[in-house]
Design a protein around this ligand. Sequence first.
Ligand SMILES: [Zn+2]
Ligand SMILES: [Zn+2]
Length: 389
Amino acid sequence: MPVINRISEFHDEAITWRQKIHSEPETAFEEEKTSAFVASQLESFGIEVHHGLAKTGLVGILRGVQNGSEKTIGLRADMDALPIEEIGEHAHKSQNRGKMHACGHDGHTTMLLTAARYLAETRNFDGTVHFIFQPAEEQGGGANVMIEEGLFERFPCDQVFGIHNLPGIEAGHISTRIGPIMAISDTVQIEIDGKGGHGAMPHETVDPVVIGSLIVTGLQTLVSRSIDPVKTAVVTITQFHAGETNNAIPNTAFLEGTIRAYEEEVYQKLQDDITQIATSLAEAHGASVKVSFPGSYPATVNAENEALLAIEVAKEVIPVTSVDDNCNPLMGGEDFSYMTQKRPGAFVFLGNGVDSPNLHTETYDFNDDIIPIGASFWARLVEKALPIR
Ligand SMILES: [Zn+2]
Ligand SMILES: [Zn+2]
């Protein structure tokens, strides 16, 4: 059973929605216009809309034609753009300077809207669907804010699902896996407090540049010597700021970077060991150090039943050979993780095309060709998860 014909009939109109959202990108918790557009579309399909979660977040409720079942499902799309200046000449280019849909959330929103339109027309399921449109995936953890404001109490979901487009994969191919699929991602900040002085009198100083260098080098042993070789972890220092001139040793140095892991245990060990290495190296040389981790998105972990259901549905919508049921997890972070922490769920990748520029780049654009595939996946997922008896 391939892409749903009725959904293909919506394709041209769906492209106009996608391009409209693309041309008016809004960033974290400011998705006012996008949210209003989504709400007006849902209402025009006859779907009940609830506003006011996480400022611009909203939930649409649709009950199936039979409606004897208590079963519920949550389908989630993100609506926010990034603070990136778009490069490109296409007609739907960003009209908002310095803002851009560089992660394809315009496409995610459109695919879920398209599925909502089809499901509202057919209602060929028994139970309740919650269409969750969230703000601030990129910054601010909008999913978590919605949860804290009562998302799952007000709109119960037995299961939750999310889709993310993925450049580098053939357009319309679907991939997922059981277990971790997106990483825990956190920032590490290290402030070294030494003692500055004349560049020619180093013996009277505590040089934070040398100590910072030792710390950067010391951290390289973490993944290679401290983490179990069969586990995955990344420690990358991306910034090293110190000093102003050629002949003065500065008082302080500042290091910043990113750490990634799939397992909480590994992540905890990275935090502990980074703190220990930085502290002991600084102390050994007479400096003091402050190590901080501003906070992470948890890992997105697919539950077995939900991942298997997603795979089964994908194989109905696209050719079996276009479905990868055991893809590599990605090292990126994703706030859908907060939802999979609370409810069994699955996150799937939908290929945006082999030649698509990467996510978060100035030339990226969501591939409109894949809208009917994502929307058909959503629709069949609902019909399969909430079957009519
Ligand atoms: Zn992104
Ligand atoms: Zn994204």
